[in-house]
Write a protein that binds this ligand. Structure first.
Ligand SMILES: NC(=O)C1=CN([C@@H]2O[C@H](COP(=O)(O)OP(=O)(O)OC[C@H]3O[C@@H](n4cnc5c(N)ncnc54)[C@H](OP(=O)(O)O)[C@@H]3O)[C@@H](O)[C@H]2O)C=CC1
Ligand SMILES: N[C@@H](CC=O)C(=O)O
Ligand code: NA
Length: 372
């Protein structure tokens, strides 16, 4: 059945408020406005960190003019107003969705309020699901209370079906033994380019700069290089595994990770300044690349959740040049291997681009279609 067929059999209109209109948000808005006719989606609000627009029956915007309309709105963002207004739109037969395309803790902390009032939440923002367990539990209970749904597929592996696969494995009674792989599109791109088994190659700082230009990094690239982004993803996944659900009550900061951020650059708030100073440390990365190459190995940043031992960790590892992490990955590829009782020694593997605006927005869009 085509997407169009699903939509034509379902004439319900869905009202959508989009908070965060950057790389992912902008691409998502574009995919939404270009959705095949009859388009069931009405964008009722757009919000950046500086301005907002709101019209309960849908904003009169097109793919060509929404940016200008938003920048000229003259209205300041007001999240409590958005909670109240969206809640008032929820009625039987009228679905309302908050799509959070920010990386903001402030927006994430409001999910329980939206959900409690019946507003569905869809997001690629990892924050709510990777900090203290108490916020995650409030999200679950608010969703149960009102019946509003939340989906977060794009928080791990962007558009790749990672969370849905894990949920299906658990829900059908399989026993997850281990999840292992390369979970960061940025780290994957960096090391696929930087470490190919040769002693020499492009400088570390130059590949980090390109990863940022391609839209793979977090708003601040240090959040990728310090291992926090991978730690957040491992936290999110571990909470779907029953025996590990409460393993990280304080969140991602308890995950053992390797930081690649030079001590001298820690605490630099500006991403631009961070990128400008990174070349000062290229010699250090040249040496670890050359050391690996002398052993006929490449560098890859990998993570693991080992259920039996309760180990959840990520590190920069060396792999033989013949290993699949060396031969099968390219670009921003993630590779995630699910070892389970049913799949035995040969894991269920999901692989593909794990970062970038188009694939991430597709993950958000696919969550929206789950609601339709
Ligand atoms: N890029 C990728 O490949 C992937 C990204 N993600 C996640 O998607 C999210 C967005 O990433 P990306 O688009 O790259 O980031 P950007 O920095 O490009 O966009 C972030 C947007 O959020 C807005 N924003 C920040 N804080 C607030 C706030 N308090 N209220 C309203 N708006 C706010 C910013 O506003 P302004 O424009 O005014 O600055 C900006 O529009 C992040 O959570 C990221 O982790 C997930 C998977 C992959
Ligand atoms: N910065 C992240 C984006 C997706 O989550 C990554 O590089 O994987
Ligand atoms: Na995903």
């Amino acid at each position: 059945m085509s997407v169009q067929a699903v939509v034509s059999s379902s004439p319900r209109v869905m009202r959508i408020a989009v908070v965060g209109v950057g790389l992912v948000g902008g691409e998502f808005i574009s995919q939404l406005l270009k959705f095949p006719s009859p388009n069931p989606f009405r964008i009722v609000s757009l919000t950046s960190s500086k301005t907002t627009l709101y019209a309960p029956d849908g904003l009169p915007i097109t793919p060509n003019d929404w940016k200008q309309s938003l920048s000229q709105s003259g209205l300041k963002p007001d999240l409590p107003f958005l909670v109240r207004e969206l809640s008032s739109l929820v009625k039987p037969g009228q679905d309302v969705v908050l799509v959070d395309n920010t990386s903001s803790n402030v927006v994430a902390a409001l999910y329980p309020q939206f959900l409690k009032h019946g507003v569905n939440v869809i997001t690629p923002n990892k924050k709510a699901f990777s900090v203290e367990l108490s916020l995650y539990e409030s999200i679950l209970s608010a969703s149960l209370e009102s019946g509003a749904k939340f989906f977060n597929e794009a928080t791990v592996g962007a558009g790749l079906p990672i969370i849905s696969t894990l949920k299906d494995l658990v829900a059908t009674g399989d026993q997850v033994l281990k999840i292992e792989g390369v979970f960061s599109g940025t780290m994957s791109y960096i090391f696929n380019e930087f470490s190919t088994g040769q002693e020499n190659g492009p400088s570390f700082s130059s590949v980090v700069k390109v990863a940022r230009e391609k839209g793979y990094t977090e708003p601040h690239p240090a959040d990728d290089l310090n291992g926090a982004d991978v730690a957040r993803k491992l936290t999110i996944l571990s909470r779907y595994i029953p025996s590990l659900r409460s393993a990280l009550p304080g969140g991602y900061q308890s995950v053992r990770t390797k930081s690649l951020v030079p001590a001298e650059l820690e605490g630099i708030d500006s991403g631009d300044e961070f990128i400008r100073r990174l070349p000062e440390f290229d010699a250090h990365f040249d040496k670890i690349r050359a050391d690996a190459a002398k052993e006929n190995k490449v560098l890859r940043f990998a993570g693991v959740i080992d259920v039996a031992s309760g180990t959840i960790r990520a590190d920069l590892e060396k792999y033989p040049v013949t290993h699949p992490f060396a031969t099968a990955l390219g670009g921003s590829d993630n590779i995630i291997m699910f070892y389970t009782a049913r799949y035995g020694a040969r894991p269920l593997v999901v692989q593909g681009a794990g970062a970038g605006a188009a694939v991430t927005a597709m993950g958000v869009m696919s969550d929206l279609l789950k609601l339709v």
